[in-house]
Every structure is written in structure tokens, then in C-alpha cells.
Design a binder for this molecule. Structure first.
Ligand SMILES: Cc1cc2nc3c(=O)[nH]c(=O)nc-3n(C[C@H](O)[C@H](O)[C@H](O)COP(=O)(O)O)c2cc1C
Length: 176
């Protein structure tokens, strides 16, 4: 799949088929994340692939019932928890770049999954302490995001995006 098509057609998927994901595909997706750029190439990210149903059940307690992604975690065969060690990244201009590093890797993962016919849904609304307890994630790791992974059981329409003229400036913030 062409990269522009993958970017254009990816959606957040919140309903999944009751089908397993081939381990080779999971490896391919993680490989795409591994290749992401990062602050000083320090690669602060770590990924926990949860395939065990009982672990997933315990993980669900970290997600609010009102979060539309909670059902996705419950229904997908795989959950991937994306963590980072902030010491393996930098801070500049008050920006903690471990979040940027990990987000890039996370999006590589989502796009690669889509290119392989699989669905993901970036989730940032969760109780971090609960996830760390269930999965035994040590300090000082942060949980940056979580995604379900599986074969989609829906084909959502594209969500709206701002037009380029709302978000792009040329040469200066405001044209004189
Ligand atoms: C940082 C981040 C956090 C998000 N957190 C959640 C979440 O907790 N639950 C959820 O259902 N979707 C979550 N989303 C998915 C967004 O709602 C979704 O990307 C957005 O509505 C655009 O839809 P699309 O991904 O289908 O293009 C999150 C997305 C991002 C990038």
C-alpha cells in the first residue's frame, strides 16, 4: 500500500472481528515502530503486546466506561501498550520529547497495521497507575498510549480535518 493511501485511509477502529492476528504481522508492525526517528536516536519506547485474555480483562479496569475505545480494547484480540523512559529522551523549550518520540513510533505502528489490513485506535484516556500495576511496568516508565489491534469489523467514515488554509502560514505567522 502506498504511504499516502495508508495515511488517508487509516481510521480509529473500535469494533473488531473475532479473529486472531498472525504473529508475523505483529512483528512487522512492531518493526515499523522500531524504525521511527527519536531524540538523539535514543529510542526511549517500549511496547507490551498483550494477547492473554485474563491480562486484558484486568487491564480493562484502567479504562473509563465512557471512553469509546474501552469496548475496542475488550473486543480486540491484541492490546499494545506503548511506554517510554523519559531519561532516554530530552527536554527543550519545556517540551518533553519522550512523548514526541513515542508518538511517532506509535503512528508508524498504526499505519503499518492499516497497511496489513488491521485496525488500531490510539488511546490516551486511561488510568496510568492501574496499567502499570497490572503489567508490572517499573518507574520511571510512562505509559504514553494504548491501542487495540485486530481485524476491523467496521469501516468508519473519515472524521473531519481542518483545511490547510486554517493551519498553514507562509513566511510569517500572519501575512502583512
Ligand atoms: C493522543 C490521542 C489520544 C486518543 N485517545 C483516545 C481515547 O482515549 N479513546 C478513543 O476512543 N479514541 C482516542 N483517540 C482517537 C481519536 O478520537 C481519533 O484519532 C480522532 O477522532 C480522529 O479519528 P480517526 O483516527 O479515525 O481519523 C485518541 C487519539 C490520539 C491521537
Amino acid at each position: 500500500m502506498d504511504i499516502f493511501q495508508a495515511i488517508r485511509d487509516r481510521r480509529s477502529i473500535r469494533r473488531y472481528q473475532d479473529l486472531p492476528v498472525e504473529p508475523e504481522k505483529i512483528d512487522q508492525i512492531l518493526e515499523a515502530a522500531r524504525l521511527a526517528p527519536s531524540w538523539k536516536n535514543l529510542q526511549c519506547w517500549r511496547f507490551i503486546v498483550v494477547s492473554d485474555t485474563s491480562v486484558r480483562q484486568r487491564l480493562l479496569k484502567a479504562f473509563h466506561a465512557d471512553n469509546p475505545g474501552t469496548k475496542a480494547i475488550a473486543g480486540a484480540p491484541i492490546t499494545i501498550v506503548v511506554c517510554a523512559d523519559p531519561r532516554e529522551s530530552g527536554v527543550e523549550n519545556d517540551i518533553s520529547y519522550y512523548i514526541a518520540d513515542t508518538a511517532i513510533a506509535f503512528e508508524h505502528l498504526c499505519l503499518a497495521a492499516h497497511a496489513l489490513g488491521l485496525g488500531t485506535c490510539w488511546m490516551g484516556w486511561f488510568e496510568e497507575a492501574a496499567i502499570k500495576t497490572v503489567l508490572g511496568i517499573p518507574e520511571p516508565f510512562k505509559v504514553v498510549g494504548v491501542t487495540p489491534l485486530g481485524y476491523p469489523d467496521q469501516a468508519p467514515k473519515p472524521r473531519p480535518r481542518k483545511n490547510l488554509d486554517e493551519i498553514v502560514h507562509h513566511n510569517r505567522w500572519e501575512a502583512p
